[in-house]
Design a protein around this ligand. Structure first.
Ligand code: PLP
Length: 468
């Protein structure tokens, strides 16, 4: 009789997000059972350094007792209550006050959700509701960017600018547009400066607004740093130039801070790092260090006033989730924000950032590495088949995924975004752990180099550099 393993039970029962479901039937899962600081342990006792903080979220690592205790205390006191129909909770109020006090620009109110996708879905509805309230029923289009990641629900997946999030899901929905991805390394013209490239991106946005009709364009949504699209940093002066265009045509700016918020870039918000002045902000992930599902939408006073006006007219603001402002999630989020403050997480990130960035950049000269990029405690190393032409590997060669497997072998969990290898460790990582992360990565990179040479992928497997 075959022994039942957790892998076989998983294969028999579970559909995995972002997984090749066919491959999973034979390969099965890596089953994680415990966490300790920046490490997680699998069911066989093997320890891995979590180089992506789970999914860019476990900023306080995997064993923060204060968060467990905050959840337990709240569970005993009030495990559930809701915020519908004029109800509220003391802990939810406290969290909303705290978030507003931390906001990078003056914000008026907070709407609680359970995830980044729900936050961005909510934003789409608020943008439409807002323009209906202002008597501008045509001003409904929302501009996002190629390679953006804003989530997977119907509206947020439409905002996402990655082909596989649309393909065969019959997305995007109407009124969602995508403009160019501002990745200078890939899309800058030969001889063009970063600043000129940023200018070209802004001009092209302006042309798009004009060709669509400014009276039909409501909002521009963007991550300060594009995360799942490959950890793509904005080129110099990009945000200044983009915001000038948005202001000119009365187009709202929505900052998707789901990855950037709460210290990742070395500031409390990506909007601070890049001097963005958003009208709405979405956040989730590190809001609770990933310990409970919670997200939030922060809105400006102007937007809030429009929501009030429209809900007064209709009789109700008919939007909200059973778990909007869940007391246990709120308690954990509030404790997380207290820890960031008491432990001075920003100083910690700023102390570690030079090591992290130098650690990434030590690989810049490697034959397989096209670009190294990053800020604060986030970064990526993009693998290429040819450094000079920036030619990428054929995706079917699965070079990035191969490296990830080798990293697992050496006890390091990272994520391949195409052939860009993303690094986003817990914010509590220390010097020795950063060194260990890069030591393990170096081993995986060298194995990958050996593999591509052995398979002749460097000489023969070239495809042209990615088209725009
Ligand atoms: C920038 C950004 N927005 C939104 C989301 C979606 O968040 P969730 O997976 O919590 O729905 C993500 C998730 O990675 C993200 O990185």
């Amino acid at each position: 009789m075959t022994k039942t393993t957790s892998a076989s039970r998983d294969i028999a029962t579970t559909i995995h997000p972002y997984t090749n479901l066919k491959v999973h039937e034979t390969e099965g899962p890596l089953v994680i059972t415990e966490g300790d600081g920046v490490f997680v342990r699998d069911e066989n006792g093997k320890m891995y350094l979590e180089g992506l903080a789970g999914l860019w979220n476990a900023s306080l690592g995997f064993s923060e007792r204060r968060l467990a205790e905050a959840a337990y205390r709240q569970m005993l006191k009030l495990p559930f209550y809701h915020t519908f129909a004029h109800k509220s909770t003391d802990i939810g109020i406290e969290l909303a006050e705290k978030l507003l006090s931390m906001a990078p620009v003056p914000m008026s109110k907070v709407f609680f959700v359970n995830s980044g996708s729900e936050a961005n879905d909510t934003v789409v509805k608020l943008v439409w509701y807002y323009n209906n309230a202002l008597g501008r029923p045509r001003k409904k289009k929302i501009i996002s960017r190629t390679k953006a990641y804003h989530g997977v629900t119907v509206a947020s997946a439409s905002l996402t600018g990655l082909p596989n999030n649309h393909r065969d899901f019959d997305l995007p929905i109407e009124n969602i547009l995508h403009v160019e991805c501002p990745h200078f390394y890939r899309f800058g013209f030969p001889g063009e400066t970063e600043e000129a490239f940023a200018g070209r991106m802004a001009e092209s946005l302006e042309q798009r607004i004009l060709s669509e009709g400014a009276d039909t364009v409501a909002a521009f949504i963007a991550e300060p740093i594009m995360g799942a699209g490959g950890v793509l940093l904005p080129p110099t002066s990009y945000w200044e130039k983009i915001q000038a265009v948005l202001n000119k045509y009365d187009v709202l700016l929505i900052a998707d801070e789901v990855i950037c918020a709460f210290g990742r870039t070395g500031d409390m918000w990506g909007s601070i790092t890049y001097r963005m002045h958003p009208d709405m902000i979405t956040c989730a992930k590190a809001l609770s260090s990933g310990y409970m599902p919670i997200g939030a939408v922060l809105v400006s006073e102007a937007i809030y006033e429009a929501l009030v006006k429209q809900s007064e007219k209709i009789g109700v603001f008919s939007h909200g989730f059973t778990y909007s402002g869940h007391p246990v999630s709120s308690a954990v989020a509030l404790e997380t924000l207290k820890i960031y403050e008491q432990d001075d997480i920003l100083s910690q990130v700023r102390r570690m950032a030079p090591l992290m960035q130098a650690g990434l950049r030590q690989f810049a000269a490697h034959a397989l590495v096209g670009e190294v990029r990053g800020v604060g405690l986030i970064g990526a190393i993009e693998l290429v088949a040819d450094k000079a032409s920036k030619a990428s590997f054929d995706p079917s060669a699965a070079v990035g995924p191969f490296l990830i497997k080798r990293a697992h072998h050496y006890g390091l969990i990272l994520r391949a975004l195409g052939d860009s290898i993303a690094f986003c460790p817990p914010l509590i990582i220390n010097e020795e752990e950063i060194e260990l992360m890069f030591e393990r990565f170096a081993l995986a990179l060298n194995d990958t180099f050996a593999m591509v040479r052995e398979r002749g992928l460097i000489e023969s497997g070239l495809v042209p550099a990615l088209a725009k």
